[in-house]
Design a protein around this ligand. Structure first.
Ligand code: 5GP
Ligand code: ZN
Length: 111
């Protein structure tokens, strides 16, 4: 049995604050938000991180980023997307996810 946290959220076994869903993608608010808008965008199909991401899933995630940014009202003001991948990036949930952060001026740039 899959005991992945985000698979359980997608399946509705663990509650979340859902903001978006389509055939391939599910998105919900981060439980520990780091910005006024902090949404986690995940593929419905389990994959550990970007290393396992196929082109079709990458396109679905990118399309969802735009849709969610517009829905959350940060398309004009700006937003940041981050996907932590593996140990050195401090990935803590091993189901691919893209953080979408926005809603306030950010203090620092990492890249
Ligand atoms: P990572 O550190 O892997 O890039 O990001 C994992 C994110 O998942 C963290 O920002 C953390 O706050 C969030 N998170 C962990 N557990 C839960 C949960 O049960 N529900 C929600 N909505 N977010 C979670
Ligand atoms: Zn999963």
């Amino acid at each position: 049995m899959n005991d992945c946290l985000f698979c359980k959220i997608i399946a509705g076994e663990i509650p979340c604050n859902k903001v978006y869903e389509d055939d391939a993608v599910f998105a919900f608010r981060d439980i520990n938000p780091q910005a006024p808008v902090h949404v986690l965008i995940v593929p419905k199909k389990h994959m550990a991180n970007m290393l396992e991401c196929d082109a079709e899933t990458a396109a679905a995630l990118a399309s969802a980023v735009g849709a969610i940014a517009r829905q959350e009202g940060v398309d004009a003001s700006g937003f940041r997307i981050i996907s932590n991948c593996g140990h050195d990036a401090c990935q803590s949930v091993n189901h691919l996810h893209v953080h979408l952060l926005g809603g306030a001026q950010m203090a620092e740039k990492m890249a």
